[in-house]
Ligand binder design. Structure first.
Ligand code: GLC
Length: 450
C-alpha cells in the first residue's frame, strides 16, 4: 500500500511537542529497527496522563451506549446499508425521513440515571457516514437534513442535565464518503479522507464543551499509520486534555473494548460493550432480549474483573426508547440502586468460582451475589481468607459464618430469595479475599482409602 505515512521522526517530534502520545505504531513501512523495538515497549502502554484521566471512569463501571442514525428509520439493524447492499443514493433518502422529536435524548439520560449508569456514549457518526452533529465538512449531517437540528448538542445537554458524563462514538470506517474505501489504494484519496476524518473529530471535540470519552470504531481499511492515529490522538488530547479514548483507532488508547463478551484483560482498563437484544441500532423485529437478571449478572462480572459495562439502547427513529429496553433497565436500576456499593468503585476480585453466586470486592469486603438462591446455606469453597463477619447487604441482617480450611458456610438464611435478581451477602475478611480451588479443594481435600 502506498502512502506518505507518519514517520518515526515525526512521531518523536510529536512526543516532544505534545507530550500526550498514545501507544505504539510501527513506522509507516512496518519495519522495526532494534531501537524502535525498545521504544515500542514504552509506547505500548496507555497515553500520557492515563491514571489521572481515567480515575472517574474506574469508579463509574456502568454506562449507556446509544446507536442512533438513519438505519433507525429502517429498523433492520445498523448494518442494513451494507448487508442489504443498498445503493448510496437510495440510502441517502433516509436523511429526509429522519425527523426525531425534539430532545429525545432527555428521556435516554433520565433512564440512564435511573438505571444507575454514570455515563453515556452516543454514535455521532456510524459506518453509514451520516453525522448526527453539525459538520462544516459535509452536508450529510443532522442540522442540514431531516432532523434540522444538532442531535449531538441535544445529547450533550441531556447527559449533562442529569449529571452524567458523556462521550461520542465515532466510526472511522465510512460507507458514504467517496474516499472511504479508495483510501486503501490511492494516496490522494487517503490524504483527503484522513483530513476529513481528523477534521470531523476536531469539530466534535471543539463545538460541544467538555467531552469525557471518544469512542473510535472500525478502522477499516487503514492501519494506524494510514489513519495517522498518533496525530489523531495528539489532537484529541490537545483539544480535550481530560478525555479518554478507546483502542479502536489501532492504538492501545486508555481502555480496550471487548464486544458482546466479558473478558477481564490483565493489567489494562477495559469496557465490555453489549446489546440488550442482538442489534445495536433499532431492529424492530429483534425480540431476543436479555433478562434483567442476565444484565445484572453481566454487570457484576464486569465489576469483578475491574472493568466497565457499556450497555446499548437502539432508539426508534423518533428517538423513543424501545419499550422492552425501558422495562429491562428500570428493573436493573432498582437492583443497582439497592446494591450500588458492590459495583461502583469495585476492584478486581480473585474470588470467582461458584455455581450459583457471582462476586465483587472492595478492599477486604467480599460481596457474594447469590443469583440462584439455595435456601438456608450458601457455601463457598477454597476461600484463602478468614471471614470475620457477614451480613445481608440490603436488610443489614447479620449472617452466621462457619469456616474451615475447605469452605466458608453462610447459614440461617431465609428460605426464599430476598431479591430474585441477586441477593448480596457482604463478607468482611481479614485480608483481601482470595480463592484457590486447586490447592485448597481439589488437591488439599483429605482423601480416604476406598
Ligand atoms: C461493531 C459494529 C457496530 C457497533 C459496534 C459497537 O464494530 O460494526 O455496528 O457499532 O461494534 O461496539
Amino acid at each position: 500500500m502506498k502512502r506518505s505515512g507518519w514517520t518515526r521522526r515525526e512521531s518523536l517530534a510529536g512526543l516532544a511537542a505534545g507530550g500526550a502520545l498514545a501507544g505504539a505504531i510501527t513506522s509507516s513501512c512496518g519495519k522495526q529497527s532494534p531501537e524502535s523495538k525498545a521504544e515500542a515497549r514504552v509506547e505500548a502502554g496507555p497515553p500520557a496522563g492515563h491514571e489521572r484521566r481515567i480515575a472517574w471512569w474506574r469508579q463509574a463501571r456502568f454506562g449507556m451506549f446509544i446507536h442512533w442514525g438513519l438505519y433507525s428509520v429502517l429498523g433492520r439493524h445498523e448494518w442494513v446499508m451494507e448487508n442489504e447492499g443498498i445503493p448510496i443514493p437510495e440510502y441517502e433518502q433516509l436523511a429526509g425521513q429522519f425527523k426525531p422529536k425534539p430532545h429525545a435524548a432527555r428521556d435516554w439520560a433520565r433512564l440512564a440515571k435511573q438505571a444507575g449508569m454514570k455515563y453515556m456514549v452516543m454514535t455521532s457518526k456510524h459506518h453509514e457516514g451520516f453525522a448526527n452533529f453539525s459538520s462544516k465538512l459535509t452536508d450529510y449531517c443532522a442540522p442540514k437534513k431531516g432532523p434540522g437540528r444538532d442531535l449531538a448538542a441535544e445529547f450533550v445537554e441531556a447527559a449533562r442535565g442529569e449529571g452524567l458524563r458523556c462521550g461520542f462514538y465515532y466510526s472511522l470506517m465510512d460507507w458514504h464518503h467517496p474516499d472511504g474505501a479508495l483510501c486503501a489504494t490511492d494516496e490522494q484519496a487517503r490524504r483527503r479522507f484522513v483530513d476529513y476524518i481528523h477534521g470531523q473529530i476536531r469539530e466534535l471535540l471543539t463545538n460541544y464543551g467538555k467531552i469525557d470519552i471518544l469512542w473510535y470504531d472500525v478502522p477499516w481499511p487503514l492501519d494506524a499509520a494510514g489513519w495517522e492515529s498518533e496525530k489523531m490522538n495528539n489532537m484529541v488530547f490537545q483539544l480535550q486534555p481530560d478525555i479518554i479514548v478507546n483502542n479502536r483507532n489501532k492504538l492501545p488508547g486508555d481502555f480496550s473494548t471487548p464486544e458482546q463478551r466479558i473478558v477481564a484483560e490483565a493489567d489494562k482498563d477495559w469496557e465490555s460493550c453489549m446489546t440488550m437484544n442482538d442489534s445495536w441500532g433499532y431492529q424492530k423485529a429483534d425480540d431476543n432480549w436479555k433478562t434483567p437478571k442476565t444484565i445484572v449478572r453481566n454487570l457484576i462480572t464486569c465489576a469483578r474483573g475491574g472493568g466497565n459495562y457499556l450497555l446499548n439502547i437502539g432508539p426508534k427513529p423518533d428517538g423513543s426508547i424501545p419499550e422492552e429496553s425501558v422495562r429491562i433497565l428500570t428493573s436493573v436500576g432498582k437492583w443497582v440502586d439497592q446494591n450500588q456499593s458492590t459495583i461502583f468503585g469495585a476492584e478486581r476480585c480473585n474470588v470467582a468460582r461458584s455455581s450459583y453466586c457471582n462476586f465483587s470486592r472492595k478492599g477486604n469486603t467480599l460481596f457474594i451475589h447469590v443469583y440462584d438462591w439455595p435456601g438456608d446455606t450458601v457455601a463457598i469453597g477454597g476461600l484463602k481468607t478468614r471471614v470475620k463477619s457477614a451480613r445481608l447487604l440490603v436488610s443489614g441482617r447479620e449472617v452466621k459464618v462457619e469456616q474451615d480450611e475447605l469452605r466458608a458456610r453462610f447459614t440461617g438464611l431465609p428460605a426464599a430469595a430476598p431479591d430474585s435478581l441477586a441477593t448480596v451477602i457482604a463478607a468482611e475478611c481479614d485480608s483481601e479475599p482470595a480463592q484457590d480451588m486447586v490447592e485448597i479443594v481439589r488437591k488439599g481435600r483429605k482423601r480416604y482409602k476406598a
